[in-house]
Design a binder for this molecule. Structure first.
Ligand SMILES: NC(=O)c1ccc[n+]([C@@H]2O[C@H](COP(=O)([O-])OP(=O)(O)OC[C@H]3O[C@@H](n4cnc5c(N)ncnc54)[C@H](OP(=O)(O)O)[C@@H]3O)[C@@H](O)[C@H]2O)c1
Length: 361
């Protein structure tokens, strides 16, 4: 562990951290370095939901203190995932309020809990959906729509500091979910894999599927995303508003795997028969809307269905390593924290290309 000397440093825009031997862009204030934390201002800006179904509001909050097995993170960027509806619209039984949403977080450790070892102040880290034992980021504990947040050390993935934080943030949930869902599916190189819904998860899934050697097909609504889907790696594009995806997929031999990221059980049910023999539907969407599939749709073609949830810190590490190895990057639109409401609305309208990301600097 890096030992940080007690020292006081007057900072302008630039600051020097003697312990880490690095120059970094600091805030225009007075920073005091202690052994286990960089003492920052007492208050921070955050975006919270005050009550179930309430709007996102920019508020001032006290900077949180880490408990013994937590670190505090100075947030650099936080992606805006569709899964946020559970906190913002209150669909999840464990959601508590007021709550700061956000579970695609990248930032820098600025305080260590008293029991934390092996991590240094200044280390860049990421946090996804799982915030630590039994906790969900941005749902049961506060998340990354804020200048600072705390997270359990078990939830952290170490990140290099050179990359753009806003491009790394979507990997923390959209990336790990789509990568792990494909990795643990029955698809093998050369198999036909259809990705349903080209948004935050879908645009990364297309890239993972292509780099993994699958015959990759995007299924979207409208012609507008065709060119971008191809640029992301799709060999084929099905516009479900003009053609029947089942018919097209069957003409191509039937999909080995359909990865359903479109948050519509009705749409997923309609495309299910696009699976080939022994094909597998992998669905990652939440919600209570029932799939409408009858038993014979499983018998004919011996089809199966499975669900998939994000991943833990080890899965995150794998996703980052694969992305780096194969040159995969999120495509993002950046918003200041104060525009979180617009960032969320654009995502919900499937209007953003392809992930809204809040940036704090
Ligand atoms: N299992 C997990 O661990 C996990 C993790 C993260 C997210 N999720 C879930 O995965 C889903 C996708 O999340 P995301 O962040 O990628 O969302 P997103 O960015 O909003 O993308 C979803 C895409 O689905 C399509 N779509 C949206 N509404 C639709 C509708 N009514 N009918 C048909 N297609 C529709 C749109 O693409 P087109 O315009 O191309 O049709 C949209 O861009 C959400 O349900 C989210 O809660 C699950």
């Amino acid at each position: 562990m890096v030992k940080v000397k007690d020292s006081t440093i007057e900072t302008g825009r630039w600051a020097f951290n003697a312990a880490l031997g690095k120059v970094w862009v600091g805030r225009a204030n007075r920073e005091v370095w202690k052994g286990r934390q960089i003492l920052q201002k007492k208050m921070m800006m955050a975006v919270e939901v005050k009550e179930r179904g309430g709007p996102l509001r920019l508020v001032e909050r006290k900077v949180p203190e880490p408990s013994p097995h937590q670190v505090r993170i100075q947030v650099e960027a936080c992606g805006v995932c569709h899964g946020e509806v559970m906190a913002i619209e209150g669909h999840h039984p464990r959601a508590q309020y007021p709550r700061i949403p956000g579970h695609e977080v990248v930032g820098v450790i600025d305080a260590l809990g008293t029991a934390v070892e092996g991590l240094a102040l200044g280390q860049r880290v990421g946090v996804g959906w799982i915030a630590g034992p039994g906790e969900i980021t941005g749902l049961t504990i506060d998340g990354g729509y804020a200048e600072y947040m705390v997270a359990s050390v078990d939830a952290l993935v170490r990140l290099e500091s050179e990359s753009d934080a806003s491009l790394l943030a979507p990997l923390m949930c959209a990336g790990v979910t789509s990568f792990s869902a494909l990795k643990h599916s029955i698809a093998r190189p050369g198999d036909l894999v259809a990705v349903l819904g080209i948004g935050g998860l879908g645009h990364l899934a297309l890239q993972f599927a292509r780099r993994a050697g699958f015959h990759t097909v995007a299924v979207s609504r409208g012609s507008e995303k065709a060119r971008l889907a191809e640029a992301l790696g799709a060999h084929g594009y099905i516009d479900a508003s003009r053609e029947d995806p089942v018919k097209v997929l069957q003409e191509w031999g039937g999909a080995r795997v359909i990865l359903a990221t479109a948050p519509s059980a009705k749409f997923i049910s309609q495309v299910f028969e696009g699976l080939g023999k022994n094909g597998q539907l992998v669905t990652v969407i939440g919600g209570n809307e029932p799939l409408t599939l009858n038993p014979s749709q499983f018998l004919n073609g011996r089809r199966s269905i499975r669900g998939w949830t994000g991943g833990e810190a080890g899965d995150l590490q794998e996703t980052i390593a694969f992305s780096r190895l194969t040159g995969i990057s999120a495509m993002v639109e950046r918003f200041p924290l104060s525009n979180a409401r617009e960032a969320f609305a654009r995502m919900m309208a499937a209007d953003v290309r392809f992930r809204s990301v809040l940036t704090m600097t």
